[in-house]
Write a protein that binds this ligand. Sequence first.
Ligand SMILES: [Zn+2]
Length: 259
Amino acid sequence: MLTITPIPAFDDNYVWLFRNPGGQVAAVVDPGDGEPVLEYLKVHGLELGAVLVTHHHGDHTGGVRDLLRVFPGIPVFGPARESIPVVTRALREGDRVRVPGVDAEFTVMDVPGHTAGHIAFYGEDALFCGDTLFTAGCGRVFDGTAVDLFRSLSRIAALPAKTRIYCAHEYTLDNLGFAKWVEPDNAALLEREKHDRASRASDRPTVPSLLALELETNPFLRADVPQVIEAAQNHAGRPLQGGAEVFAAVRSWKDREYD
Ligand SMILES: [Zn+2]
């Protein structure tokens, strides 16, 4: 069992810290900034046992060196298919990750799309997915492709519905605004917005969310739903064949017109 805590960084990033309940050793995922992590560790009297990174972007890796200065020699787990100089344990699909001092095991999933070598860590009913799947949205396509991202999201969608989604940004309310463009009549979506607005109004994170909720409300996991297909086709002005085309049309709709 794990205690998983968000450490806010920059404007809207979350660095996820996990440890066993009462444990003295923690690990962090995607520390774009080291300072708030070091502060948290100090306040709570914790040691850092490892760093996990999902992809090469600076807001996910920029704090690793600062952490290594204080905790030299700890393993830094990251994707084998991306060039990240601070990574000491290069990981591929199916690899297992164990953090020294933390009783938990994660399995690596290759989830390219946002970036070409992006990985996610799955275990303990949790998914640390970086910028691949967001709450009510998904990452933009940078050095991967939309087809890659669609496949990656489809694999995530097939995980157990009780999986908690620990993405790296607080984007939910903004994403829900676009989701309503695609599915204005989705009752679960409107209900979610009410709930998440209340959370943000009292400064609570909306992350993690449950995969079950994402499947009901996230347009990027719903490319096979008739209303999503219809909205995407109406917007594209042409018939779309299959999930990947529907997904790519919704992704470019949001890129061009929403944010
Ligand atoms: Zn990114």
